[in-house]
Ligand binder design. Structure first.
Ligand code: NCD
Ligand code: ZN
Ligand code: ZN
Length: 349
């Protein structure tokens, strides 16, 4: 190995997580400090049971998050609404008026965890989307078709053709975030599209391809949606994230599920990364020789797209080897973080 000079500390403007699942109740109380330690703000996903479909629901959820935040921790939850066939234009106006609801989330019905109440046909939402476009309220998209005839690994690419292109043709000024992209198709689409579109990329999709799910026997802790793809897609995501293109930014999609809900038949989809997100991203960026691009991806591009100020503080990562715990407590149960028991060579101080 050559000894290319590489830093022993990384200092970044304090980053934000533009896609996280904080859940609720005792589970939220356990995972919230992890996110708040790593990030100043986070876009909080609304796929609770029942989902957060009104401005009033979002206000109540926000209050519960702030109440669960440990004393002395600073963290700003950026709330979202869960779009349904019945979301009214007035609800969007009420959401906008709160000042703390920053986006509306599209879950195609049946696409992922707690998406049963999601949109069955986007044409039903036309008036609502029009108002979002007018108010500059971003639409966050879980971009997979739900058609069971379509191969699971192709559902994101097919979504671009069947949903994303028509949507953007009909609402060319609507701000859209293509969430947790997993394919070269999506990275290329976002990089080349005209108008206000961006994408979040998770740490696990930068670090792993689909082999990881089957390595040494089936491993449910690498099962998430959209599912990990082939190596060529991982490489395209790394290229996008490290390109300096401001359309790509950090969204962990950290999605906690109790260990018994993961390690079972019909295990839930979701990887838990809030505990060590920045360290995972730093590992991926260092592997790509692009640590100098991490700050833009983690701390600048997101606020720029959402029209929010960049954070004031800094965070520091040190080169230090540590072992990811095999599990962490979550209420009455346990949660298994991504890469549990493995070593990381960056540590947030
Ligand atoms: C998420 C969850 O568990 O809420 N799961 C996942 O695999 N990503 C839902 C989602 O973001 O699609
Ligand atoms: Zn999703
Ligand atoms: Zn998610």
């Amino acid at each position: 190995m050559s000894t290319i000079e590489s830093p022993d500390t990384i200092t970044l403007i304090r980053p934000d997580d533009w896609h996280v699942h904080l859940r609720d109740g005792a589970h939220m109380a356990a995972v919230l400090p992890h996110t708040a330690r790593q990030f100043a703000r986070a876009i909080v996903m609304p796929n609770l049971k029942p989902p957060v479909t009104t401005a009033a629901d979002a206000a109540a959820y926000r209050d519960r998050i702030l109440a669960a935040l440990p004393q002395g921790m600073a963290f700003e939850p950026l709330m979202t609404l869960y779009l349904t066939d019945a979301t009214s234009p007035d609800e969007i106006r009420r959401a906008q008026d709160t000042g703390f609801i920053h986006a509306v989330k599209l879950y195609p019905a049946g696409a992922t965890t707690n998406s049963a109440a999601g949109v069955t046909d986007l044409r039903k939402c036309a008036r609502t989307l029009e108002v979002m476009q007018e108010l500059d309220m971003p639409l966050l998209v879980h971009g997979e078709v739900t058609d069971h005839e379509i191969d699971l690994f192709d559902r994101e690419a097919v979504f671009i053709e069947r949903v994303m292109r028509p949507l953007r043709r009909d609402f060319p000024e609507l701000k859209i975030v293509f969430e947790h992209i997993t394919t070269r198709d999506a990275a290329q689409y976002v990089a080349e599209a005209e108008g206000p579109i961006a994408a979040t990329i998770t740490a696990h999709h930068l670090l792993y391809n689909r082999n990881e799910i089957f390595k040494g026997g089936i491993n449910p802790h690498y099962y998430c949606l959209p599912v990990l793809k082939r190596e060529e897609h991982r490489l395209a995501l790394v290229t996008a994230a490290t390109s300096g293109d401001e359309r790509f930014f950090l969204g962990t999609d950290s999605a906690p599920h109790a260990v018994h809900a993961k390690e079972t038949a019909c295990g839930c989809a979701g990887c838990y990364t809030a505990l060590h997100a920045l360290e995972l991203y730093a590992t991926a960026f260092e592997q790509a020789g692009a640590l100098d691009k991490l700050e833009a991806f983690a701390s600048l591009n997101g606020p720029n797209f959402y029209g929010l100020p960049v954070n004031e503080g800094k965070v520091t990562l040190k080169r230090e080897t540590w072992t990811i715990p095999p599990s962490v407590a979550m209420g009455e149960t346990q949660l298994v973080p991504l890469d549990a028991g493995d070593q990381l060579h960056w540590k947030m101080s």
